[in-house]
Design a protein around this ligand. Structure first.
Ligand code: NAP
Length: 278
């Protein structure tokens, strides 16, 4: 099996690096804010790319990915692979693929779903885009941290389906927040609300995943407001999507939540805006 390096040791990258390390495949890690106690820590992103057959990038946004790619390009070349797992827009994906391929290296766009618990349990779900041979080459490594790997098509399509999934999730989260707050105002207990919801057509894996957090008012981040806001900004900036009514509405809610200091909270903290009267 190939070796791997992970660049970006946030909520997700830290969990994946741990699993790759336990499997004996991790040869490098790097994070912008130094984390020297991380397994296989290197002092620069280029050192990670030099050490590893496959460099997986999982940082905040397209601007961060671009900075990382510029830093690792000198260490790339034939036989090297870049797996780009940050959530980015399709246009950036095409640009990054060209940057990597210009060195002779291979590029796989590989966004994912399943937040912190899934990453820790090796149950990430990948949306893969790129040349089939490149996808096949990195799959054995990605199976160490994932349960399901969808082959979507091109890198741009893989980036697009990730934004499409998050558009649905963000709107559902706002709807769930409003529905729960509505019931609470009528004096209905959270226990009754979620018992009834579980037998309703509106029940979803998202409601199941966030029930305990909503009931406990626990906004520790699994997936943060700031990243969901970034994703809705990227979706909204995609050609022809600027006036989708629910996308615009939820983007405004996330913007407001971030402005109210909730950027690092889990995106189920959208409900707090309603509690604050907004
Ligand atoms: P996170 O905990 O906020 O971590 C973000 C990482 O990006 C950190 O390592 C951060 O470094 C790094 N970073 C930010 N700006 C940078 C820059 N300019 N240059 C280099 N590194 C930079 O985020 P996360 O939850 O792990 O998410 C990572 C990516 O996966 C995001 O694109 C997110 O949208 C996507 N995603 C997350 C989830 C989830 O459930 N968490 C699910 C699907 C997709 P510092 O430590 O120095 O800040």
């Amino acid at each position: 099996m190939k070796t791997i390096g992970v660049i970006g040791l946030g909520i997700i990258g830290g969990a994946w690096a741990h699993r790759y390390s336990v499997a004996g495949q991790l040869v490098g890690t790097w994070n912008r804010s130094p984390k020297p106690s991380a397994p296989a820590w290197k002092t620069s992103p280029a050192e990670v790319a030099a050490a590893a057959d496959v460099t997986q990038i999982v940082v905040a946004d397209p601007a961060a990915v671009e900075l990382v790619l510029k830093a690792i390009v000198p260490a790339l070349g034939p036989g090297k692979y870049v797996v780009q797992s940050s959530t980015i827009d399709p246009e950036s994906s095409a640009r990054f693929q060209a940057m990597v391929q210009a060195t002779g290296a291979h590029y796989v766009e590989c966004p994912f779903t399943g937040s912190k618990p899934a990453a820790e349990e090796g149950k990430t779900v990948y949306f893969m885009g790129g040349a089939p041979a490149d996808i096949d080459a990195v799959l054995p490594l990605l199976r160490l941290v994932s349960e399901v790997q969808f082959t979507i098509g091109t890198g741009e399509q893989a980036a697009a389906i990730k934004l499409a999934m998050n558009l649905n999730l963000a709107v559902q989260m706002e709807a769930l927040s409003e529905s729960l707050t509505f019931a609470r105002k009528a004096g209905i207990s959270d226990e009754t609300y979620f018992d009834v919801l579980a037998k309703n057509a509106g029940y979803s894996p998202l409601a199941k995943m966030k029930e305990l957090k909503l009931r406990a008012g626990n906004y520790d981040p699994q997936f943060s407001v700031k990243h969901m806001h970034k994703d809705m900004r990227l979706a909204s900036a995609t050609a022809g999507c600027a006036d989708y009514p629910l996308l615009e509405a939820v983007r405004e809610r996330l913007k407001l939540a971030e402005a109210r200091g909730m950027g690092d909270a889990d995106y189920c903290a959208l409900i707090r805006l309603l509690q604050q009267g907004d």
